[in-house]
Design a protein around this ligand. Structure first.
Ligand code: UDX
Length: 478
């Protein structure tokens, strides 16, 4: 009888779409393995999800899956981007923690579904570890960053102890960082996560340091990466956790394991309505000719930065597909007069959308490059499709990702800390033509490894099998 006990996994993402999407993908993979899933959204994100997907139809296809939602403490009409995100982080402890505790207690008492047998929580939602310990439910941490980003964030307090942080932005930003084991010859000051540019006393620093430390109380770690990409750092992470499961790129693993992934809920995970008209436009463009431009879901540009990018793209004379979200420009500032040349060239050679089906775009044969903010999801998606990148990182792990892309994996160029039309134009030409040879071989090679990792017998495929098995065992001993 006990052998038939169905694992019930409660999944708690940080309530930002870049974190929700990989968590949803994992949730779907576990549901496909026959598990019961309770996915904890914020009210804000759940409302957005309902606008882009038919949830009752999804429940019919996946009866073991249920969404629940709790408040993130911010007003429902306030976009979650820019500095307000810091407030969202702080609210996790004061607002989300008691709500999550209540939720878990009610799930345990419910007679409709068996009680939770494990929690999988984002690495920045460590209050869940306190709740799990108090209520005796096993917990696994899943920071949705890559291993290098994660490892760097975990060393924030060491960087302070060693005097490498803080530093002034006017100082020598190319000074090497030497106190992160395994990354001694990789990072410079400018490659450290965005928060390292803050004063040590800044509450965000305190938040990052304490989350990174609390995360280690979970004995098991899940990462959206693949062994072949980040092996040395994954080994280092193994010294802090009893078990580490690298199961990425998750979006690709889902496609390998679930036949009709077009129906999947994680394809709606970025919580915005996609404009697929760009696919038709891409069909009309020559092979590998288009540079795709997107800065993800949380960063904002000033009007001047947007104009510099626009000039740089137009002056490169390459066709471009650009995601310009409604809230991309700080405070929704008016753009004012746009020069005729920009308008004209964009009409002839460019295409703008408010949100693209990015995974499909990157897989399209006309796309030859990606100008990105180096969010981890975008980085992995581009790596998987063998599309080389220009990195323009701004916050969090993005700076580290950009450095790995350019220096370690050699799958792109790093443009961090500049935003100038001439540099942008040159970088685009380098990526698409002049210096493409320098990176295209490694880009193809790493894409080949990424594809191998999600195939049957590939590293991530096997690691997911192990995780599923371990979650099953956990449910028996619980
Ligand atoms: C955030 C942080 O920026 C990032 O540093 C962290 O690693 C994860 O959380 P975000 O800014 O949204 O995420 O960037 P990213 O991680 O790249 O995720 C964006 C996701 O949205 C990708 O999966 C991408 O496919 C999707 N997307 C983006 C679209 O589907 N359409 C678009 O037009 C743009």
């Amino acid at each position: 009888m006990e052998k038939d006990k169905v694992p019930h996994v409660v999944i708690l993402p940080l309530p930002l779409s870049g974190h929700v999407k990989p968590m949803l993908t994992l949730a779907e993979l576990l549901c496909d393995a026959g598990f019961l899933i309770t996915f904890v959204n914020s009210d804000y994100n759940h409302d957005r999800l309902e606008r882009v997907m038919d949830i009752p139809a999804f429940y019919n296809r996946s009866p073991g899956f249920r969404f629940v939602s709790i408040s993130d403490g911010l007003p429902l009409d306030e976009p979650r981007l820019g500095p307000i995100i810091f407030q969202l982080f702080f609210n996790t402890r004061t607002v989300s923690k008691p709500l999550f505790r209540e939720l878990l207690i009610s799930l345990r008492q419910s007679t409709k579904r068996s009680p939770p047998t494990c929690i999988i929580a984002d690495g920045l939602m460590c209050f869940a570890i306190d709740v799990a310990e108090e209520l005796g439910v096993p917990i696994i941490t899943f920071p949705t960053h890559g291993s290098h980003g994660m490892w760097t964030i975990m060393h924030t307090s060491n960087l302070i102890e060693e005097g490498e942080v803080p530093f002034q932005e006017e100082s020598d930003m190319d000074k090497p960082i030497t106190s992160i084991p395994g990354m001694e010859s990789l990072l410079r000051r400018r490659d450290l996560p965005g928060n390292c540019r803050l004063e040590v006393e800044n509450p965000l620093m305190e938040f990052i340091i304490s989350e990174a430390s609390a995360m280690k109380r979970a004995s098991t770690l899940i990462l959206n990466t693949f062994e072949e990409l980040e092996a040395p750092i994954i080994v280092q992470l193994g010294s802090f956790f009893d078990k580490v499961y690298t199961i990425g790129p998750l979006h690709a693993l889902l496609k390998t394991r679930i036949k009709d992934s077009s129906q999947s809920v994680s394809s709606c995970g970025s919580l915005r309505k996609e404009d697929s008209s760009c696919m038709e436009w891409l069909n009309s463009q020559p092979l590998k000719s288009v540079i795709y431009v997107s800065f993800g879901s949380v960063i904002e540009l000033s009007r001047d930065q947007l104009i510099e990018f626009w000039h740089g793209l137009v002056n490169s004379r390459k066709p471009f597909l650009w995601v310009v979200t409604q809230d991309l420009v700080e405070g929704n500032e008016e753009l004012g007069q746009i020069s005729e040349e920009l308008e004209q060239w964009t009409k002839e050679k460019g295409y703008m959308v408010s949100w693209a089906p990015q995974e499909e775009v990157l897989a399209h044969p006309s796309v030859g490059g990606f100008l990105t903010h180096s969010g981890w999801n975008s980085t992995l998606e581009s790596i998987f499709e063998g599309v080389p990148m220009i990195c323009w990182p701004q916050v969090a792990d993005q700076q580290v990702n950009g450095r790995c892309v350019s220096k370690l994996w050699r799958v792109g160029f790093d443009m961090k800390d500049t935003c100038d039309r001439f540099i942008i134009e040159k970088m685009v030409r380098d990526l698409m033509e002049d210096k493409r040879e320098e990176i295209i071989r490694s880009t193809n090679e790493i894409a080949r490894m990424a594809r191998g990792s999600v195939k049957e017998n590939g590293s991530s495929h096997c690691n997911l099998e192990r995780l599923i098995e371990d979650l099953r065992l956990m449910s028996l001993t619980n």
